[in-house]
Write a protein that binds this ligand. Structure first.
Ligand code: GAR
Length: 222
């Protein structure tokens, strides 16, 4: 009897907007750089441009409009039910602009990744590009991290450093950060799907070794 092929890791991606990180990950899966199945793209906004992009790539899409729920709690529990129907091994937040309840983050602990446009732990929250410029920083960047109860506070897996140039404004800086996002998010997802990246306690481990505070750092100045 032939041994049945092991099932690939199942990925669900949550979006709210343009979905360019979702596309970067989906393309890496399509090119077989990531050995996984994307089993669903879920948006909390009906007009998210990423939904059409996902459909154009023949990906299954679902919509769960947060404005139709009376509370954050009710929405998050409905979202968990929708995600669970897809039986994921990994849930990827790719520009999913909702604060998640502790019930949600605990449910997916160790299998929930997020991308945040700053060198965490610097600049948690919003307007990160302008805040880095206002502070007169030389460098800025982006982080992929495991999600825990603390907003933008879970252990870091990988960062890309982006230099801040004299001519920069928030829009230009954001564009260069975005380019790096599309490089590092597929890397982190690949590591996770290969079983190389995981979370233990409040640490991210790569190949069994605890990563430093900032995670693996790629430096786009090199
Ligand atoms: C990305 O820049 C991501 O870093 C940011 O939203 C954007 C989504 O872009 N996420 C956050 O700010 C989370 N706090 P995309 O829809 O094109 O992937």
């Amino acid at each position: 009897m032939q041994a049945s092929e092991a099932e690939k890791p199942r990925i669900v991606i949550l979006i709210s907007g343009t979905g360019s990180n979702m596309v970067a990950i989906a393309e890496a899966v399509k090119k077989e750089e990531i050995d996984a199945d994307i089993v669903g793209i879920i948006s909390n906004r009906p007009n998210a441009a990423g939904l059409e992009k996902a459909q154009a790539m023949d990906l299954h899409t679902d919509l769960i409009d947060h404005t139709l729920y009376a509370s954050r709690d009710e929405f998050d529990h409905a979202l968990i039910r929708m995600i669970e129907d897809l039986k994921p091994d990994l849930v990827v937040l790719a520009g999913f602009m909702r604060i998640l309840t502790a019930d949600f983050t605990r449910y997916y602990e160790g299998r929930l990744l997020n991308i945040h446009p700053s060198l965490l732990p610097k600049y948690q929250g919003l307007n990160t590009h302008q805040r880095a410029l206002d502070a007169g920083d030389d460098i800025h960047g982006v982080t992929v991290h495991f999600v825990t109860e603390e907003l933008d506070g879970g252990p870091n897996a990988i960062q890309a450093i982006v230099p801040i140039l004299d001519v920069d404004n928030a829009k230009l800086l954001q564009q260069r950060v975005h380019e790096q996002e599309h490089i590092i998010y597929p890397i982190a997802v690949k590591w996770f799907c290969e079983g190389r990246l995981n979370m233990k306690g409040n640490e991210a481990l790569l190949d069994g070794k605890a990563l430093p505070l900032r995670g693996v750092q790629l430096d786009s100045r090199n």
